[in-house]
Design a protein around this ligand. Structure first.
Ligand code: FNR
Length: 190
């Protein structure tokens, strides 16, 4: 059966290299993965004051997470951590208390940076957050992408066959991981 994958782009920038990466990854993915972006741009800054009367943007976000089979985070690293806009979205999805939308959702984390460690520190921060939220994570392969502009053509398609091959491998492994977690989550499975 096809899997519905909701993806977050952790950048609000018009020229986001992580959006370029997300688009390239989607083009390389197996056909049984159906991707839709979960937007984060219009979310207010979260406070628990909202819990009593959750706004439409927050409800839409939780619904988008809950109706996805798997969640993929494609994000930059800001100041060696998770960009504020993405962390804010995760905080929204985790609340109100007792309704954490990420629980048991299979997740993957990938990111690109012009720097040579390719978002590794952000990804490490994300793993702590997702562990706390009881979200299973694809442990391997890890995907730290150093962004080189000439690796992508004007349509965002990958010119560099080595990177394309790696990303294809990553997304195939992610797909297999989603299948395993869904099977483990199924009623009757111990
Ligand atoms: C950065 N950048 C950056 N890069 C990195 O590898 N590690 C880091 O800690 C940071 N910190 C950081 C903070 C802030 C506030 C900005 C704006 C940028 C550089 C960053 O990788 C680069 O701007 C990318 O283009 C960001 O990805 P998007 O937004 O283009 O997808």
């Amino acid at each position: 059966a096809p899997f519905k994958i909701g993806y977050f782009v952790g950048s609000l920038a018009t020229g986001s290299i992580n959006r370029v990466l997300a688009n390239a990854l989607i083009k390389l993915a197996p056909e049984d993965l159906k991707f839709s972006e979960i937007p984060i741009r219009d979310l207010p800054l979260y406070s628990y004051d909202y819990d009593a009367d959750f706004p439409a943007e927050g409800r839409a976000l939780k619904e988008a997470i809950e109706s996805s089979d798997g969640i993929l985070f494609v994000s930059p690293e800001y100041n060696r951590s998770i960009p504020g806009a993405l962390k804010n979205a995760i905080d929204w999805g985790s609340r109100p208390w007792g309704t954490n939308s990420f629980a048991r959702k299979p997740t993957g984390i990938i990111g690109a940076s012009p720097g040579s460690i390719g978002t590794a520190v952000m990804q490490s921060s994300m793993r702590s957050v997702l562990s706390f939220l009881d979200a299973p994570q694809l442990n391997a392969p890890e995907a730290y992408i150093q962004y080189k502009p000439d690796a992508f053509d004007d349509d965002g398609e990958l010119r560099d066959e080595g990177t394309a091959k790696f990303l294809r491998h990553y997304i195939e492994e992610y797909s297999a991981f989603v299948a395993r977690v869904l099977a483990a989550n199924a009623p009757g499975h111990i």
